[in-house]
Design a protein around this ligand. Sequence first.
Ligand code: SF4
Length: 199
Amino acid sequence: MNMELSRRQFLKTAGAGVAATTLGAMGFGAIEEAYASTIKPFRLVNTTEVRNTCTYCSVACGILIFSKGNLAKGEKADITHIEGDSDHPTNRGTLCPKGAALLDIVKSATRLKEPMIRRAGSDKFEKISWNEALDKIARAMKTDRDANFIAKNQDGVTVNRWLTTGFLAASATTNETAFATYKVVRSTGILAFDNQARV
Ligand code: SF4
């Protein structure tokens, strides 16, 4: 049989073999068989592997995402496994507990996938489109800034402050995106500006 094993698959299979052989040498023949049957050495076979960045914090660890489902055949991709990228210079394959739980986040039933709004007087959130959400945010910011922008302080010194609105940005963006976000937010006069890194 002509069979190609990736480095990852080879290590996984070899590891299972060594463990089972060790048990056998100690006289646990049946256990060896039972143990070997629980190993899934080809878990990553027929998956599509893509590189990405952990979304949780500004350490920005490299991750590998494995999915099943042939998009060319109209199938939906389904992520089956996520692990640290051993070739990434930041984390060298390691992940903290938050990063190690990324698959649970992807699959979580409570994961937020579209903008939600709780309208005035309502006790529940409802979905709205991205266009509606962005229009509402822009309108609210403009109204608040027009009403509360401080161009000069009591001594007549130009300060250009806008203190009544804050901005929470994402930490897992590229340097370029972070640079553009910073410039846009600061140009409005907002001082309360942060991101979710390490929270
Ligand atoms: S949350 Fe953990 S795995 Fe994710 S980028 Fe930060 S340190 Fe890395």
